[in-house]
Structures are given as structure tokens and as C-alpha cells.
Design a binder for this molecule. Structure first.
Ligand SMILES: NC(=O)c1ccc[n+]([C@@H]2O[C@H](COP(=O)([O-])OP(=O)(O)OC[C@H]3O[C@@H](n4cnc5c(N)ncnc54)[C@H](OP(=O)(O)O)[C@@H]3O)[C@@H](O)[C@H]2O)c1
Length: 294
């Protein structure tokens, strides 16, 4: 297919409640509120995912927490596209951050997707305390050895969590952090974490790359959109690509699903990129990388 980036798209569905001392109902509310999570019937996920696949997207970013792994996988199968050409990601929930719970969550995700294997499983967020985080990683490593998942990684890990994990990996448990997924856009650039990851050749995925559509009217974005005859969304995706990230734009709107792929016929100049260097740190989603201590 024409796209050389893995545009992600999917929708969150009914989000199950979680209860664990380290992941409180308030965290649950905060995440859902911050991410504007909506409850949609499963057929929306299937339909929207199918539209994305038909349009050329080849990366589906799901999560056990989104409760839509099965519907994403059904769309993948219905698309008729060879399994090996689609990259399917899911995540171990924040409420499952221990060896036993992560193992169970992974088994459930593998069964729900029923795709033979999962391309990438991430630890969704660094909750669970040290023992929980490291135990969950060990469960991922075992699942990889068993052939259930090809690559493993983390999401929302701060440098302190990453270093804790790196030490654990080097102590003999093994595994490799192949991907780090973070909220990244010009108003949340996370340059310190990106530098840490890039130094180790970890692929950086950028979630909420459109700032959840909250900054489309920013003059800097509007100016660039006008200059390049593109939309604000296309400028943001292009910024992400030129930074070397894998942007994960989400839309349930057919026209936007298409619009968000039309980013390969122009280039932002060095000056354009510099103008998007806002220096502002204003995440729109949750922020466990910063909020969760060791
Ligand atoms: N690892 C994590 O903790 C984490 C957290 C959050 C998100 N994610 C992943 O990242 C994906 C994207 O993040 P996100 O949904 O938070 O934010 P996003 O992709 O930045 O923004 C989605 C919003 O932008 C709108 N939109 C899409 N294309 C547009 C366009 N061309 N013009 C104007 N508005 C447009 C969408 O509206 P419509 O849908 O109505 O078109 C939706 O309201 C998620 O689906 C999820 O897979 C991961």
C-alpha cells in the first residue's frame, strides 16, 4: 500500500472499570475524561477500522482497556488483507500490572483478537509499583518467547521507569523495548524521553498527534496550513513523521480518515518545524510518565 507510515485508527468502546490500589477509580475517570473516551457500539469499531484499512492504513492501535480488540481483529479479517501486512497492537491495562495479572490479560487479548499472533503488546502505563511493573514485563517476555507476540514495549513510561526496566532487562530477564508510545505533539514534545528512546533505537509512537483536535485554531498551525494548502491535522501528522515518529491519528469520520493520509505530497521546512517548537508542555490526555513515581 502507498503509505509508509503506520497510521493508527480505532475507537474506544465501553471502557471497563478497574479497581486496584495503584490504579484508582479517580485515575480511571481522569483517563476517560482526558481522552474524551466515548462508548460506542462494537459495530462502529469494525466499520471504522474497515474504512481505515480500505483507505490504506496498516496499523491498528488497540488496547485491552478500550475493549475493542475483537472488533478490530474482525475488521482485519473481513478486509481480506493478508495478516502479515497489518500491524496490530494491544496493551496490558494499568490495572493488570503484576506478573500474574499481566499473564492473564495477555492470554485474554490473544484469545479476543484470535489473529494467530499479536504484532506488538505494550505495557499501557507504569502503574503497579516496581514489583508489578517488572512482573508485567516478565509476563510479556514469556509471551514473546511462546510466539504469542512479535514485539514488546511500553507506553507512558517516564525516564525513571525506563531506567528501572532497563536495569531489570540487563539483569537477565531479557526482552527488548522495541517501542515506546507517548502523547507527543508540538504542545507536548517530550524531548528528554524521545532522546532516551532514540539513543537505544526504540521506535517512538506518538499518540494524540492531533492534540485531540483541541488546537486546530492555533495561529502557528493555521499559518502553516495556509502556506502548504493543507489542514491543521495534516500539518501535525507531517510534523510527527518528520520528527521520525509513528503518529497514531484517530478519526471515526470517513473524510478525515482519508484526509489524515494525504501527508506525503509536501514537506515542512526547517523553519516550519522550528515554528512548531512551542516549548509548551500541555498534555491533553493522562500523564503517567510524569505523575507516577517509582
Ligand atoms: N497509550 C495511551 O495511553 C494512549 C492514550 C490516548 C490515545 N492513544 C492512542 O492514540 C490514538 C489517537 O489519540 P487520540 O484519539 O487521543 O487523539 P487524536 O488522534 O490526536 O485526536 C482525535 C480527535 O481528532 C479528531 N480528528 C481526527 N482527524 C481530524 C481532522 N483531520 N481534522 C479535525 N479533527 C480531526 C477526531 O474526531 P473524529 O473521530 O470525530 O473524526 C477526534 O476528536 C487513540 O485512538 C489510541 O489508539 C493511546
Amino acid at each position: 500500500m502507498a503509505f509508509d507510515f503506520r497510521g493508527g485508527k480505532r475507537e474506544r468502546l465501553s471502557v471497563s472499570k478497574v479497581s486496584k490500589s495503584s490504579w484508582t477509580p479517580m485515575d480511571d475517570w481522569r483517563y476517560k475524561y482526558a481522552s474524551k473516551s466515548v462508548q460506542l457500539p462494537p459495530e462502529i469499531t469494525e466499520k471504522v477500522t474497515l474504512k481505515a484499512l480500505e483507505t490504506g492504513y496498516r496499523h491498528i492501535d488497540s488496547a485491552k482497556y478500550y475493549a475493542n480488540e475483537k472488533e478490530c481483529a474482525v475488521a482485519m479479517k473481513k478486509s481480506g488483507i493478508d495478516r502479515s501486512k497489518i500491524f496490530f497492537t494491544t496493551k496490558v491495562p494499568a490495572s493488570s500490572m503484576s506478573y500474574e495479572k499481566a499473564k492473564e490479560a495477555i492470554e485474554q487479548s490473544v484469545a479476543a483478537a484470535d489473529l494467530g499472533y499479536i504484532d506488538l503488546i505494550l505495557l499501557h502505563a507504569p502503574y503497579g509499583g516496581k514489583e508489578g511493573r517488572l512482573g508485567a514485563w516478565r509476563a510479556l517476555v514469556e509471551a514473546q518467547k511462546a510466539g504469542h507476540v512479535r514485539s514488546i514495549g511500553v507506553s507512558n513510561y517516564g525516564i525513571h521507569h525506563l531506567e528501572e526496566l532497563e536495569e531489570y532487562i540487563n539483569s537477565g530477564v531479557g526482552g527488548q523495548i522495541s517501542v515506546g508510545q507517548y502523547e507527543i505533539h508540538p504542545w507536548c514534545a517530550r524531548e528528554d524521553i524521545v532522546a532516551w528512546l532514540k539513543k537505544r533505537n526504540v521506535v517512538v509512537e506518538a499518540y494524540s498527534p492531533l492534540v485531540q483536535a483541541q488546537r486546530m485554531d492555533e495561529p502557528v498551525l493555521q499559518n502553516l496550513a495556509k502556506k502548504h494548502n493543507k489542514t491543521g491535522a495534516q500539518i501535525l501528522i507531517r510534523w510527527s513523521l518528520q520528527k521520525g515518529y509513528v503518529p497514531l491519528p484517530k478519526s471515526v469520520t470517513d473524510s478525515r480518515i482519508v484526509e489524515n493520509t494525504q501527508v506525503f505530497d509536501f514537506e515542512l521546512s526547517g523553519e516550519d518545524m522550528e515554528s512548531l517548537n512551542t516549548g509548551i508542555y500541555a498534555p491533553v490526555c493522562w500523564d503517567p510518565a510524569k505523575d507516577v513515581p517509582l
